[in-house]
Design a protein around this ligand. Structure first.
Ligand code: HEM
Length: 446
């Protein structure tokens, strides 16, 4: 077989449908064409979606000589820099991963646990019954403060204030779902980076951030024995196999990549977790009965190991995955997947969303049921919120820790209620999916 069948609807219509109603569009394509289908039939290179565990295993375990990931967005390159791990391939990618991975090893998580809980406690410390808040804004604040602390070791002071303010206003540029779609997807807006005012504004903001980041790198390089063990310090000390350290520009691009990859994704996931634990009272009851005996827990990592809390976190990332697809992979040499002969340049998309919606793997896939994660284990080709293979998310352990600890800290301290308890569906925010804006109110203090 050469190509799977796919939608014959006009390319423009397919793009619009996928941009504005991505979940419904994926469900429709799946219903009509099955697990494997081609989209934008008239365009080359061919774009193929896969969602069965067999195909995903083949893709995630393929030799990068045959299948490699490439990111093309100019705006993303402008933000993260050419040395960002997401633009690197082959041995450059492997080298960068080896340098970046140690700060995310499990022994670092104990320290990050303290940071996450302290920041959450501080953010909610002044809250009293009757306080209203927009969930996503608060989760963004927590997520940004955690990432500034974990990545740069910053919790206060000049650099901290500058970066916090600059990054918040940069993220505001992407705040409106439409502006992020335009910036990231439509090539016409990416052509003239110099003249289009939104992008000129973006470049100015990035230059300001660069100044602070380079100043921080220079300062940290001068410290012989930095007291903090943040990711920046660890990356400055890191050496590759030939004893080379990272150049300033590589450090800058890596730091910005970690912030961009980790900030909004984690904030969205925590917002969902808070939503589900209040929209479904039985979920909250079970969480509280697991958490209560541990309050106040001395060892935060003990909290992060709680089975039901972990299951809630897993189910949150299953039902509405923050990334609908893994990074696109591109065929480098002719190869076969599920009997399809794929030519070089074919784009291979693993649909995380459709993989998580498979009836035979997940009973009642459209329902939020954390118990499924207590009843059985899923393979990395059935459950893949963080992608897989040699591109698997570097921050997966940190993100899961943060979702669990922020949720546990808030539930242990406060009684909350949704202002409008109603079913909600994710909306697109640039490259990720997030819950639409919703509000909560503090109804009591525990
Ligand atoms: C809930 C939160 C998060 C989700 C759902 C998520 C999801 C993903 C996904 C789907 C990928 C692509 C993997 C693939 O194509 O196979 C990815 C890559 C990546 N993520 Fe995350 N991520 C999250 C949080 C984080 C955090 C907290 C960090 C770091 C602080 C991070 C850093 C990265 C990096 C550096 C890559 C690129 C890896 C590579 O190209 O080798 N992510 N993430």
């Amino acid at each position: 077989m050469s190509m799977p069948q796919g939608s014959r609807t006009s390319s423009l219509l397919q793009k619009i449908q996928f941009l504005f109603r991505p979940l419904e569009t994926l469900d429709n394509w799946h219903q009509e064409y099955g697990d494997t289908f081609r989209v934008l039939e008239n365009e080359l290179p061919a774009i193929i979606y896969f969602s069965s565990p067999e195909a995903i295993q083949r893709i995630f375990t393929a030799d990068p000589e045959y299948l490699s990931s490439t990111q093309k967005s100019n705006v993303t390159k402008l933000l993260l820099g050419e040395n960002s791990i997401i633009f690197l391939t082959d041995q450059h990618h492997q080298r960068q991963r080896r340098l970046l991975l140690p700060p995310f090893h499990s022994e670092r998580m104990r320290e990050y646990s303290q940071i996450i809980c302290a920041i959450t406690e501080e953010v909610i410390s002044q809250w009293h019954p009757g306080k209203f808040f927009v969930v996503h804004s608060v989760m963004r604040e927590i997520s940004l403060r955690v990432i500034l602390s974990v990545v740069f070791g910053l919790q206060a002071g000049n650099y901290y204030n500058q970066l916090r303010q600059m990054l918040s206003s940069l993220f505001e540029t992407f705040d409106h779902p439409l502006s992020s779609i335009l910036l990231l997807f439509l090539p016409v807006f990416q052509k003239d980076l110099e003249t289009w005012s939104l992008q000129t504004n973006l470049m100015r903001q990035i230059q300001q951030i660069n100044q602070v980041v380079y100043a921080l790198i220079a300062e940290r390089r001068l410290q012989d024995n930095p007291s903090t063990k943040d990711i920046l310090s660890m990356l400055i000390e890191a050496r590759d196999e030939s004893g080379e350290s990272m150049a300033n520009i590589e450090l800058r691009d890596s730091l910005l990549t970690l912030i961009f990859a980790g900030y909004e994704t984690t904030a969205s996931a925590i917002s969902w977790a808070l939503y589900w634990s209040h929209y479904l009272p039985e979920v909250q009851e079970k969480l509280l009965s697991e958490l209560n005996p541990l309050i106040p827990a001395r060892d935060k990592s003990e909290v992060a190991r709680l089975p039901y809390l972990s299951a809630v976190c897993s189910e949150t990332l299953r039902l509405y995955p923050i990334a609908l697809n893994a990074f696109a992979r591109v065929v480098q040499k002719p190869m076969e997947i599920l009997g399809y002969q794929l030519e070089p340049e074919t784009i291979v998309n693993v649909s995380i969303y459709l993989a998580h919606q498979r009836e035979e793997v997940y009973h009642e896939p459209k329902s939020f049921k954390p118990e499924r994660f207590l009843e059985r284990q899923f393979s990395p080709y059935e459950y893949l919120p963080f992608g897989g293979g040699n591109r698997r998310c570097i921050g997966a352990a940190l993100a899961q820790l943060e979702i669990k600890l922020v949720l546990a800290t808030i539930l242990s301290r406060l009684q909350l209620a949704l202002i409008t308890p109603r079913p909600i569906k994710p909306i697109r925010q640039g490259l990720i999916m997030m819950p639409p804006k919703f509000e909560m109110v503090v109804t009591g203090v525990r």
